[in-house]
Design a protein around this ligand. Structure first.
Ligand SMILES: [Zn+2]
Length: 607
């Protein structure tokens, strides 16, 4: 008997073919001629020298200012701990970004520590960087207290920058700051003057520049340049402008602000509320901006910022169209993207440009045929350019240690000790026993889970679950605290995962709220590894102690800190338990760093 699905598929692909043809016919013929000529030239260059950057003589440098650790961390739910911020800053340094905005030091002692740590440890790194050590920047509102605190954190870096800002749009002046334009001008000058007395590198942002009066902006820019500002960042804080408008604004400022001969750099900072962040940034660059503020994966406030990978790959792929080049090593993009996604717990949509899972996948039969005959038929970028290497080796339980070592190196995990390597190979082999082949995604899930694991306050020793359609789901867990004590608890729940979490809560006595639970399979098939991401928040509703909050530099609003946990296993209940415990360990590590008494959580002291 023929499969009913097959018949349906045949019917559907016929209809699809018709739709494709109509699309092609609607293509605008006139603009095609020009694009085609340009494209052929680019394809030729591309094939001859796939990774060649434009000559520095022919184009000017565009500074890449990454704010993943400041604006990016303001994304709802994207709280990073000290260790994670250090690792991301290190990856950004290897990636080749020019300026790393590491945080908002006055927000909390934790933010201050992270910025100071990055300035001290990552600031001096020069390994393979063509552009010297990375500039470490911190954000400060336009007050002496903020600016001093920022300087005290960034000053440990050989190259440091104070980034201060003040709103200039009438709507912000009237409703947020209740300030006149004259007062705004005076305060901006005072702030920049004070910052310049501390550091030679001062950036000023007229917040909400996108909705500010251009002539008032010229006045503010002239005044802050006189006071010592060296970078003028023009933010479209609310993601309101369109490319022509934003480009015109930058051009107006470049033409009318008195900056000639003063070495001042104009910068873009665009938000993606209307999906135009990258387009606006590119318009700003065309109009004369020579610094772009970006984040990895485009994370940031609300709909996010301009994505670093989009700007960098646009300049790489369409290099003939733009007068600038960057020092970013595009082969590091995939690794940075995965790291930021993993640490923040913010998954990347599959269709995300450059870094989405489908960005380089050619699944449709017609496309695949074309790609096989000539790559350039459907591929405008080579996957290797962003660091996606093709895995031609099949790894399984008969693969040797050397094969796994080589694969790990290709994936960017080259610096393991012999013991660490043995430990991972052991884990890969166990997995290979269960599911025959081990893919890159499996390897990454296992490795990243281990190396990014928070300090273990609690570890899972045993888990037993009964579930089904005629039983009440019940879980029994045995957990071990770091002092060696073991605790076993059982609980019932509405489903097996709920039962597991109730049992863990009973065993650990931790007051946390579960904000998010997501599960996905890492590879295809029923034998795939399941990955669970859990987001927890401390439950402060009954506690008298101060709540653990984050200050938003722009709105002044305070939000709750959230903690992400990951778990990967072929058994999704084990993955669920591990993810929950990992998130819980982060809550505890954060509390410990802030000086809460450890005895509070030790099982022997729990009441
Ligand atoms: Zn922003």
């Amino acid at each position: 008997m023929s499969c009913p699905l097959r018949t349906m598929r045949k019917h559907y692909s016929k209809r699809l073919g018709v739709r494709r043809f109509q699309c092609a016919a609607a293509y605008h013929a006139a603009s095609y001629v020009h694009t085609a000529a340009l494209y052929n030239k680019e394809v030729d260059d591309h094939n001859l020298h796939p990774n060649v950057q434009p000559e520095a003589e022919s184009t000017s440098p565009l500074l890449i200012f990454d704010t993943t650790l400041r604006d990016g961390e303001q994304s709802p739910g994207a709280t990073l701990n000290y260790k994670e911020k250090m690792e991301i800053a290190r990856a950004l340094s290897v990636l080749g970004v020019d300026v790393c905005e590491s945080g908002f030091p006055i927000a909390s002692p934790g933010d201050f520590d992270a910025v100071r740590g990055i300035a001290t440890e990552i600031g001096p790194l020069e390994n393979n960087r063509k552009n010297g050590p990375m500039v470490i920047a911190g954000l400060a509102r336009a007050t002496e207290k903020d600016i001093q605190r920022c300087f005290d954190a960034v000053k440990y870096a050989p190259r440091h920058r104070i980034h201060t800002f003040l709103a200039t749009s009438d709507i912000h002046l009237q409703y947020k700051l209740q300030m006149s334009r004259d007062d705004c001008l005076k305060r901006a000058v005072d702030a920049v003057g004070f910052a310049a007395s501390l550091s030679p590198d001062v950036e000023f942002s007229p917040e909400d520049a996108g909705r500010s009066d251009p002539d008032f902006l010229v006045e503010v820019c002239n005044a802050v340049i006189a006071a010592g500002a060296t970078t003028l960042n023009i933010p479209d804080t609310v993601g309101y402008t369109i490319p022509e408008e934003y480009g015109n604004l930058i051009k107006y400022l470049v033409d009318n602000v008195d900056h000639q001969g003063k070495g001042v750099v104009f910068s873009t900072h665009c938000h993606n509320d209307l999906g135009l962040a990258s387009a606006n940034t590119m318009a700003g660059i065309m109009a004369g901006a020579r610094q772009a503020e970006v984040t990895i994966n485009g994370i940031g406030e609300r709909a996010g910022n301009t994505a670093l990978e989009e700007v960098v790959m646009l300049l790489h792929t369409r290099k003939h169209l733009y007068p600038v080049h960057t020092q970013v090593d595009s082969k590091q993009i995939a690794r940075c993207s995965r790291m930021v996604s993993h640490y923040t717990g913010m998954s990347i949509q599959p269709n995300k440009a450059i870094v989405g899972a489908n960005a380089f996948a050619h699944e449709s039969g017609i496309h695949q045929d074309g790609v096989l005959k000539h790559k350039a038929t459907y591929e405008i970028m080579l996957p290797e350019t962003v660091g996606l290497t093709e895995n031609k080796m099949v790894l399984g339980k008969h693969s040797g240690r050397h094969a796994y070592k080589k694969r790990l190196e290709q994936l960017g995990y080259g610096d393991f000790t012999t013991e660490e390597l043995d430990h991972f190979v052991e884990k890969f082999k166990v997995l290979a026993d269960e599911k025959k082949t081990v893919t890159d995604a499996d390897i990454e899930a296992i490795v990243s889970d281990e190396i990014f694991k928070p300090e273990a306050f609690w570890t899972l020793q045993a888990l037993h679950v009964t579930a089904g359609n005629r039983v009440k789901p019940t879980a029994t867990v045995t957990l071990q605290f770091r002092d060696g004590q073991e605790v076993s608890e059982a609980a019932m729940g509405t489903g097996p995962v709920d039962a597991v979490y109730q049992a863990i809560r009973r065993a650990t006595h931790c007051c946390v709220l579960l904000n998010e639970f997501t599960i996905q399979s890492i590879t295809d098939g029923t034998q795939a590894l399941g990955e669970v991401i859990v987001r927890l928040q401390q439950d402060n509703s009954s506690a008298e102690e101060e709540s653990d909050d984050l200050l938003n530099p722009q709105t002044g609003l305070i939000r709750n800190r959230q903690f992400v946990g990951h778990g990967a296993n072929t058994d999704i209940l084990v993955a669920s338990a591990t993810a929950y415990i990992n998130a819980l360990n982060r809550v505890l590590a954060d509390a410990e760093r802030k000086g809460t008494q450890e005895e509070d959580w030790s099982p022997s002291n729990a009441s």
